[in-house]
Design a protein around this ligand. Structure first.
Ligand SMILES: *Cc1c(COP(=O)(O)O)cnc(C)c1O
Length: 368
């Protein structure tokens, strides 16, 4: 074996020993929230398409029309020739939805975060991040070269303390939070955070990945970042904010400047999905309603979003419970370290338009 192969076989073994080896399971979408995995038909609680927009007939039709008209790819980065009228319309409507002056698009939520954060801050600046922010916010912070501190999850008083201690030697300060935390489903105390930020002259970047298409828009003086790939059922991401900031990003966010722009079909799909949730807010409310029904019946803290974690602790137990649900035709992913902190392995439920009380009752029956 080559040194290449021996090195990586050993690393794979080490991952396996640490129970951190992940394998991909091919999953076919069958319609109406059903999937096929391991040759079994399962009702999925592992999809971020909360409002069922990925296969909404109008969304598919819009994507098909864009595909027929413009082809499969966008052919260049936005700055060369990859910026289209369709993208311009989507930006306008996203900005309007967020009540912001302007918006720009990125290839994905991951790309948006690793592009935006280093464009906003750098050496001589400081970042304060909630302890549970998504991996791509951490990666963006590392790329920026700014000093970095974390505050306790959703603890605005701790944020205040850290600002008091760390703010003054730095030029700019950026606070990183999520609107809805992806593995916990709870929401950030945005109004408190914005007030504190104002007091300490800090900027705020809010990642709304799991809020978009689930919760009504939250307006405020901060930079809005979100993905088109979850509640909107498409692919890509956006940032909304003041015109000057958005224009600056177009000339400085490297993941926007040096990456091919979104395929036209994804843009058209996202635009149609956005129009659907604007017209029919009830459609996005259903996942939250089912999450609340679940937490009420389970006597858990009331759900704040469509995501509900059932904390198990031990990872083998979480996997066993996930398998048990799979035997009964239900797919609920077990999430374990390093995605979540040690001993906090969990079943992560994502409720959507495809779930009703009967299926939620069935899940509860098995868990109990
Ligand atoms: C999913 C997610 C992302 C990544 O978005 P993609 O479009 O999937 O790359 C970023 N931030 C948060 C909080 C997320 O949950």
């Amino acid at each position: 074996m080559s040194s290449f192969e021996t090195t990586f076989s050993k690393r794979l073994e080490a991952l396996q020993d640490a129970k951190q080896l992940r394998t991909l399971v091919s999953t076919d979408y069958l319609g109406h929230g059903l999937i096929e995995r391991h040759h079994k038909k399962l009702m999925s609680f592992g999809s971020n398409d909360y409002a069922g927009l990925a296969d909404h007939p109008e969304v598919i039709q819009a994507a098909q029309m864009a595909l027929d008209t413009y082809g499969a790819g966008s052919r260049a980065s936005q700055l060369v020739s990859g910026y289209s009228a369709l993208m311009e319309t989507l930006e306008k409507e996203l900005a309007d939805y967020a009540a912001c002056e302007s918006a720009c698009l990125f290839g994905s939520g991951y790309l948006a975060n690793i592009g935006v954060i280093p464009a906003l801050v750098g050496k001589g600046d400081v970042i304060l991040a909630d302890r549970l922010v998504h991996a791509c916010m951490i990666d963006g912070s590392r790329l920026s070269g700014a000093a970095f501190h974390r505050f306790y999850h959703n603890d605005h008083e701790h944020l205040s303390t850290l600002l008091e201690t760390h703010r003054s030697p730095y030029r700019h300060c950026l606070i990183l939070v999520e609107r809805v935390y992806s593995m916990d489903g709870d929401v950030a105390p945005l109004d408190n955070i914005l007030e504190i930020a104002k007091h300490y002259n800090a900027w705020v970047l809010v990642d709304d990945a799991h809020g978009m298409g689930v919760l009504p828009p939250h307006h405020g003086d901060y930079l809005h970042l979100g993905t088109l790939s979850k509640g909107l059922g498409s692919y890509g991401a956006y940032v909304c904010g003041p015109l000057s900031v958005i224009e600056y990003l177009k000339s400085s966010a490297r993941s926007l400047m040096f990456s091919t722009s979104l395929p036209p079909a994804s843009v058209a799909a996202a635009l149609t999905a956005l129009r659907i949730i604007k017209q029919d807010p009830k459609r996005m409310q259903h996942g939250l309603d089912m999450a609340r029904y679940f937490t009420e019946k389970m006597r858990m803290k009331m759900a704040q979003s469509a995501i509900v974690p059932l904390i198990i602790g031990d990872e083998d137990k979480a996997i066993a419970l996930s398998k048990r649900l799979e035997d009964d035709g239900l797919y609920v992913p077990a999430i374990r370290p390093p995605t979540v902190p040690p001993q906090s392995s969990r079943l992560r439920f994502a409720f959507s338009i495809w779930h009703d009380k009967a299926i939620v009752d069935k899940v509860i029956g098995i868990i109990k």
